[in-house]
Design a protein around this ligand. Structure first.
Ligand SMILES: [Zn+2]
Length: 330
């Protein structure tokens, strides 16, 4: 395999705090020998485990960048045993453009793994995480939210894994994060995800969906900040006590948890996130956008559970993910 074209301006083996960049050469019209400069912080104090903390894997999700900018700014190596690597915006070009995918190559970072050292900009970044950063880490926390088109109940999540011993360690990290909800997430499109790449390397992987709509809130930012510090304490990297609170454990047993729109139109949501719903309950209507006097199309709950995610914009298209229901674990 070719070496990565990305070079780090930080030394991963040095004690103390360093703020620098992952520099990826990117020749373009406005900068012939230019680079993409991805901010990174490394904080280390002696031997111990390594945590890799990432945000803006999708460029329009903000709790990760907010909580990680804050952590990078105030992290004190004297309180650490081990190493914390912080990348607030993995898909940095997408983050700067406030879009889910990269404006350079339309690359969706979380569908680009394992990446390629000789691929697109997005694939080169993915490859660096796959071959350089993830192997350094004992655990990875990747903070997501719904972006501009989805809104979620605030949850942290892990996956059912074939390696049950690893799943158990992931579950302990999930409990330590202590988001208001904890979900065993069923992925509908898992090829190329960072999640699988880290899990396949036998590392603890924790993700989140903490809100959405293309911004963040005081509440969702606080959940991200507390969750990250809880996980670092749980891993033995940061001194302190894990601050847990009630977290409702949810599972997603099958594809009936998802409802996709089969119509274009004006979206009327009929239940809010967190609502306990019964199979058959009216959850949404889609009205025509071009005339009055026509009945809407009704969408009903396919199963009992808790409304966990919803389409966010006021208009909807056929194929959009409209509703997600998860069920209490038990
Ligand atoms: Zn995301």
């Amino acid at each position: 395999m070719k070496p990565s074209p990305i070079s780090a301006t930080v030394d991963f083996d040095k004690d103390g705090v360093q703020h620098g960049f992952l520099r990826l050469p990117y020749s373009r019209d406005d900068s012939a020998w230019g680079s993409v400069m991805i901010p990174i912080t490394v904080a280390r104090n002696g031997k111990g485990p390594t945590a890799l903390l990432t945000g803006a894997n999708h460029g329009d999700e903000y709790e990760g960048p907010v909580a990680l900018m804050d952590l990078a700014y105030r992290i004190d190596p004297a309180k650490l045993s081990g190493r914390v690597i912080i990348v607030p915006a993995m898909n940095y070009p997408a983050f700067r453009a406030a879009t889910r995918t990269s404006p350079i190559d339309r690359g969706n970072m979380n569908r680009s793994f394992p990446g390629r050292p000789d691929g697109t900009v997005t694939e080169k970044i993915a490859d660096y995480f796959e071959r350089i950063l993830a192997p350094m880490a004992d655990l990875v926390v990747d903070i997501h939210a719904g972006g501009k088109t989805l809104d979620f109940l605030p949850f942290a999540c892990i996956h059912h894994l074939p390696d049950k011993a690893l799943e158990k360690r992931c579950r302990a990290a999930l409990r330590a994060f202590s988001a208001p909800y904890s979900v065993m997430l069923l992925e509908i499109d898992s090829v190329g995800m960072f999640d699988n790449s880290v899990e396949a390397q036998g590392r603890i992987f924790l993700s989140t969906e903490l809100g959405g709509g293309g911004s963040s809130s005081a509440r969702s930012n606080a959940i991200a900040k507390r969750g990250l510090s809880n996980v670092l304490i749980h891993a033995g990297i940061l001194k302190g006590e894990v601050e847990t609170s009630l977290s409702i454990m949810l599972d997603m047993p099958d594809g009936d948890c998802f409802t996709f729109s089969e119509h274009d139109g004006l979206f009327e949501i009929c239940a809010d996130l967190g609502a306990e719903v019964k199979q058959g309950d009216l959850l949404a209507k889609i009205w025509p956008v071009d005339r009055t006097g026509v009945a809407p199309v009704d969408y009903h709950a396919k199963r009992d559970g808790i409304l966990t995610a919803r389409h966010f914009p006021g208009l909807i298209k056929s194929g959009d993910c409209m509703l997600v229901i998860a069920v209490r674990e038990g």
